[in-house]
Write a protein that binds this ligand. Structure first.
Ligand SMILES: Nc1ncnc2c1ncn2[C@@H]1O[C@H](COP(=O)(O)OP(=O)(O)OP(=O)(O)O)[C@@H](O)[C@H]1O
Ligand SMILES: [Mg+2]
Length: 174
C-alpha cells in the first residue's frame, strides 16, 4: 500500500468524522480524504461555526479547498487572506441554499473590524462558517460548534478534531 492509499486515521481505521481525534494528513491525498469525510457531515455542518487553528502553512486553506470541492465547488478556491472572506454555494450540498463562508482573520487588526464585514448579517441557518485564525476575532466571532487544529512537524501533518456538538449530532442519528 502506498502512503497515498493509507487510511486517513492515525489508528489505521476507516475514517469516521465523529470518532476522529487525531488524523494523519501528511499527504494531500490524506487531506482530501478527511475533507470527503467532513463533506459527508454537510447536513449537520449547515448553520454551524468551525474554527480552524494552525500555524502559517499548516494546511487550513487546503482542507477548506478540498471540502468545497468535495461538495461540488468547481470555481477557484483562493485563500481569503487579503479579502478576509469568500462565500461559496457548492452545487452538491445536501440542502439547496446551503452556503459556505470562508474567513481568514490573519490580517485582522481588531476583532471589531468584523462588524464592518457585515458578518452578523451573513450568518444564518443555511451558512457554514469556516474560520482560519479565529483567535484574531476573539470576542466578536460566534462560538465554535467544532474546532480543527492542524499541525506540522518535519514531514508529518496532522489534524486534531474536536467535534463537540458534531459528535452529539451524529449520536442522535444512530
Ligand atoms: N496535507 C498536505 N500535504 C502536503 N502539502 C500540504 C498539505 N496541506 C497543505 N499543504 C501545502 O502547504 C502549503 C500551505 O497550505 P495552506 O495554504 O493550506 O496553509 P494555511 O494553514 O492555510 O496557511 P495560512 O495560515 O498562511 O493561511 C500549500 O503549498 C499546500 O499545498
Ligand atoms: Mg490559509
Amino acid at each position: 500500500m502506498t502512503a497515498a492509499e493509507q487510511p486517513a486515521t492515525a489508528a489505521g481505521q476507516t475514517p469516521a468524522v465523529v470518532d476522529i481525534s487525531t488524523v494523519d494528513i501528511s499527504t494531500l491525498a490524506a487531506t482530501a480524504r478527511l475533507a470527503q469525510t467532513l463533506a459527508q457531515q454537510a447536513s449537520w455542518l449547515r448553520g454551524k461555526v468551525v474554527y480552524l487553528y494552525g500555524d502559517l502553512g499548516a494546511g487550513k486553506t487546503t482542507l477548506v479547498r478540498f471540502l468545497l470541492q468535495a461538495l461540488g465547488e468547481t470555481g477557484k478556491v483562493k485563500s481569503p487572506t487579503y479579502g478576509l472572506m469568500e462565500c461559496y454555494q457548492p452545487a452538491n450540498c445536501p440542502q439547496p441554499g446551503m452556503k459556505i463562508l470562508h474567513l481568514d482573520l490573519y490580517r485582522l487588526q481588531d476583532p471589531e473590524e468584523l462588524e464592518y464585514l457585515g458578518l452578523r448579517d451573513l450568518l444564518d441557518a443555511d451558512t457554514l462558517l469556516l474560520v482560519e485564525w479565529p483567535q484574531r476575532g476573539a470576542g466578536v466571532l460566534p462560538a465554535p460548534d467544532a474546532t480543527i487544529r492542524l499541525s506540522q512537524a518535519a514531514d508529518q501533518r496532522s489534524a486534531e478534531i474536536h467535534p463537540q456538538a458534531l459528535a452529539a449530532a451524529a449520536s442522535a442519528r444512530t
